[in-house]
Design a protein around this ligand. Structure first.
Ligand code: DX5
Ligand code: ZN
Length: 226
């Protein structure tokens, strides 16, 4: 069971209001966020384009939290050297974004950034099992990457369970993150399946009572104390 592993809540700024991003990051940090999730899209790996290094610098200046850079771009290792000038990053690479995921992860690691690997809903675990010994984190996409506000795909729960079993048997330090459609109703499903980092955009930045309430409600739902 994941209860032995600390639970991390990771607000995805894709759903933030960019008119006051710095203030929202301060609220997220004060509200108990464990890290910030930063979605980079290049218009090729996914249709949309978001933000990159310059905005990452601004986020770094606005928070002391670790930052998980989710690279929805082709050949993400191209950016490792530049991004390595920013402290306390994980760079999470899609296995579908390169023909050589091992070399990609090696380049990320060599640059001094913590490596993570992620996979689309249609991609089987077998595509990434060989990388589990060299990543800090595996990220299970529970929506098709490219947009916030989509519905959680419950059919991904067996994937999380299988990765949790692999973690418990062979990779004790492996972090299992989940991204897409995480809200109070789905957070407990992902946590019970073995996820320990819950990424949420609209569930936190779109929470009717604000960012802190969004973080607290997801944390409480995932790890009920009673
Ligand atoms: C989707 C992004 C997610 C997104 C999640 O491509 O990778 O990080 O922000 O948004 P929600 O939590 O609204 O599904
Ligand atoms: Zn993401």
């Amino acid at each position: 069971m994941p209860a032995n592993h600390p639970l991390k809540i990771s607000p995805s700024i894709l759903s933030a209001d960019f008119g006051w991003l710095g203030e929202q990051l301060a609220v997220a940090e004060a509200g108990g966020a464990d890290e910030i999730h930063f979605d980079v899209m290049d218009g090729q790996f996914v249709p949309g384009i978001t933000f990159g290094f310059v905005v990452l610098q601004a986020v770094r200046a606005a928070t002391r939290l670790p930052i998980d850079v989710h690279m929805m771009v082709m050949e993400p290792a191209r950016y490792a050297a530049e991004y390595s000038t920013i402290s306390d990053l994980t760079m999470t690479a899609h296995v579908e974004s390169t023909n050589d995921i091992d070399a990609t992860l090696d380049q990320i690691t060599a640059s001094g950034i913590r490596p993570g690997v992620t996979l689309n809903p249609d991609t089987p675990i077998s595509a990434i099992t060989s990388t589990l010994g060299k990543v800090d984190r595996v990220l299970v996409m529970t929506v098709t990457p490219g947009a916030g506000g989509q519905s959680f795909m419950a059919e991904m729960l067996p994937k999380i369970e299988a990765l949790a079993a692999l973690r418990d048997s062979s990779y004790p330090g492996l972090e299992i993150a989940v991204d897409g459609g995480i809200k109070v109703d789905t957070a407990p499903l992902a946590a019970r399946a073995g996820a320990t980092t819950l990424i949420s955009g609209s569930g936190i930045f779109g929470h009717p009572h604000g960012i802190s309430a969004g973080i607290a409600s997801i944390r409480a739902a995932a790890r009920p104390t009673h």
